[in-house]
Design a protein around this ligand. Structure first.
Ligand SMILES: *Cc1c(COP(=O)(O)O)cnc(C)c1O
Length: 305
């Protein structure tokens, strides 16, 4: 059907993604004064509705699903659920979203879940204990049965299956010769795992986890093992910039993001991209990048709504 290097099935190509995504240099004194160049890899411009790394991650799964219902998982504000719902509508693929938190059923939907249903996604709420065990085969089977989605194609939470990781290699290859360090915010780490594999020798990837935990390096090794059969590329994580954990946006971060928007005219997504940029400004200030380094920041998404 499709090779791992060209995951877009013809019907996906019909959506005319802007690939390779644009690279734009920004002039920012906080980098300049250390002799560092900053460029933005604008994955947020790949598609008006299926933005950023979610395009790279979902396109291969949607091709593999071959028209079957796609079922996936997420929290009440999940970018991944919204992207899957939008992709389903654009491609005419039915989607089911399994949402963490039984107590949300029967309450008015938040704006993120409202968007999911507007895009035709059927929502199925499960309690948190069940949600935590969703990767166990018996629990998964029970969830699919209860959601009336037993024949569906299952995409994991955050979308990081082997196809998604292989799909993100192209992010790395598009940056050959463009940067020395490529930095990306990490949720599941699937994007970083693929990006690192796609970079050229001499380039390295830097991940900024937005969740508290410290378990991510092992997850990324497992994702690369699963997708490629072993470790690929040069990458590291800096765990200092989660700012309290997932979806925590302290005032300091909000102010930083607003200032960055003002300086560069870039809408800054708060849950991931703001933490990445905050981390990079901090690292530059610490002298972490040798003079002459070009750093590419991957703009993986844009603010919702
Ligand atoms: C989902 C998402 C990420 C994280 O991607 P992973 O592959 O799960 O690490 C980063 N940025 C944005 C804007 C996202 O929506």
């Amino acid at each position: 059907m499709t090779s791992p290097d060209t995951p877009d099935a013809p019907h996906l190509a019909a959506l005319r993604p802007r690939l390779p995504s644009p690279v734009r240099e920004v002039v920012d004194g906080r980098f300049e004064c250390h002799g560092v160049r900053l460029v933005l890899k604008r994955d947020d411009l790949i598609h008006p509705e299926l933005i950023g790394n979610k395009w790279r991650k979902l396109a291969p799964s949607l091709a593999a699903a071959a028209g079957r219902t796609v079922v996936t998982f997420g929290g009440a504000y999940s970018n991944h659920l919204r992207a899957t719902a939008a992709a389903g509508r654009l491609l005419g693929v039915p989607t089911v979203g399994v949402v963490r938190g039984e107590e949300l059923a029967g309450r008015p939907l938040n704006p993120s879940l409202t968007r999911c249903t507007a895009d035709g996604m059927r929502l199925h709420f499960v309690d948190r204990a069940t949600y935590r065990r969703k990767c166990e085969p018996r629990t998964l089977a029970a969830i699919l049965r209860a959601a009336d989605a037993e024949q569906a194609y299952v995409v994991p939470e955050g979308g990081s299956n082997a196809e998604a990781v292989r799909g993100c290699r192209a992010l790395g290859t598009e940056l050959h010769g463009r940067a020395d360090v490529v930095a990306v915010a990490c949720g599941t780490g699937g994007t970083l795992a693929g990006l690192a594999a796609g970079l050229a020798p001499g380039q390295r990837a830097l991940g900024v986890p937005v969740l508290k935990g410290g378990f991510l390096a092992a997850d990324i090794r497992a994702l690369q093992q699963h997708a490629f059969g072993g470790p690929r590329g040069t990458w590291s994580l800096d765990d200092r910039f989660h700012l309290g954990g997932y979806a925590r946006v302290p005032d300091e971060l909000g102010a930083f993001a607003a200032d960055f928007e003002h300086r560069h005219g870039l809408p800054v997504e708060r849950l991931y991209v703001a933490k990445l940029l905050y981390g990079l400004v901090t690292l530059a200030g610490e002298g972490a990048f040798p003079r002459g380094t070009t750093v590419a920041a991957v703009i993986t998404g844009r603010p919702f709504p």
